[in-house]
Ligand binder design. Structure first.
Ligand code: PAF
Length: 283
């Protein structure tokens, strides 16, 4: 088990990546905010399959948190994360501090339209600007051949794809299937906030989405099906539901039965907000 190289400056990151490139090696990147779980590890494995070298960034990005959100209490466990990366075989961990990523006077923000409108943006209006800005910076810092993002954050994946196409960032974006526990709950760093009782409730989210997606594919009416899914979540113990929505799977525009679809949801369990999504099988 070899430990990953750990660098916290852009300069050191570039020196290492330049060395690899000179040796003809390809590079895959896995951007993360740390608190690594099996979902992240599956992304690292995919990166190792795709390229000669795997860089994992660990940076809790303040610009994607609204003032009311959980930036301060977001789990930070660098030593454990590095152990997990060592066990998986990642080659480099990039762990910049806030001042390295956002130096004094930082004044640039990238705003992606298209797939970022609606859904998460209705409830977290500045979230995708923060994500797009930090992802563009990470890509320009590391210049990887490809980068792996989980389908768990499906809207984020679509936004990052749009960002790369629109800005001609030469990074292939690869979506990786969501890793779930044996009850279907999607792995998330925020699951760490849930009590045992809340975990039981949380596990219904995926089951309700799958049931609804199957019904939609079988022809049930969209509006009533998504309203019914929201009601089932609240009856199952969720405090409130931000959205349950069917969308076209690439653009996240309105869902059409003749196109691949995605059913996406966000709901609150105590103080924790959970998101998940499933494919809507085509008719
Ligand atoms: O999905 C995440 O963990 C973050 O949004 C990302 C892509 C690492 C950007 O900070």
């Amino acid at each position: 088990m070899s430990r990953p190289i750990v660098v916290d400056s852009v300069a050191a990151l570039r020196v290492q990546i330049r060395d690899w490139r000179r040796g003809g090696l390809s590079v895959a990147m896995v951007p993360t905010m740390g608190a690594l779980h099996d979902g992240h590890i599956s992304l690292v494995r995919m990166a190792l399959d795709r390229a000669d070298r795997c860089v994992v960034s660990i940076f809790v990005n303040p610009t994607q948190f609204a003032p009311s959100e959980d930036l301060d209490k977001y789990p930070r466990q660098l030593a454990r994360d590095l152990d997990k990366l060592a066990a998986t075989g990642a080659h480099l961990a990039f762990t910049p501090g806030v001042a390295e990523m956002y130096p004094v006077g930082f004044a640039t923000r990238i705003s992606v339209g298209g797939p970022s409108s609606g859904l998460e943006s209705d409830f977290r209006p500045t979230f995708f600007d923060g994500v797009a800005t930090v992802v563009a910076k990470l890509f320009l810092q590391a210049l990887p051949d490809c980068a792996i993002f989980g389908e768990k954050d499906y809207q984020q994946l679509c936004v990052v794809r749009r960002l790369c196409r629109d800005l001609d960032l030469p990074v292939e974006i690869i979506g990786a299937p969501t890793v779930r526990d044996t009850h279907g709950l999607a792995m998330s760093s925020r699951n760490a906030y849930l009590s045992e009782t809340e975990l039981e409730i949380a596990r219904q989210l995926n089951a309700i989405l799958r049931r609804t997606a199957t019904a939609l594919a079988a022809g049930t009416e969209e509006a009533s099906s998504t309203v019914e899914a929201g009601r089932a979540l609240v009856e199952g113990g969720f405090q409130s539901v931000d959205y349950v929505a069917a969308r076209e799977s690439l653009t996240l525009g309105p869902w059409r039965r003749d196109r691949n679809g995605r059913l996406l949801a966000a709901a609150w369990l105590g103080k924790t907000r959970l998101i998940d999504n499933v494919e809507i099988p085509s008719a």
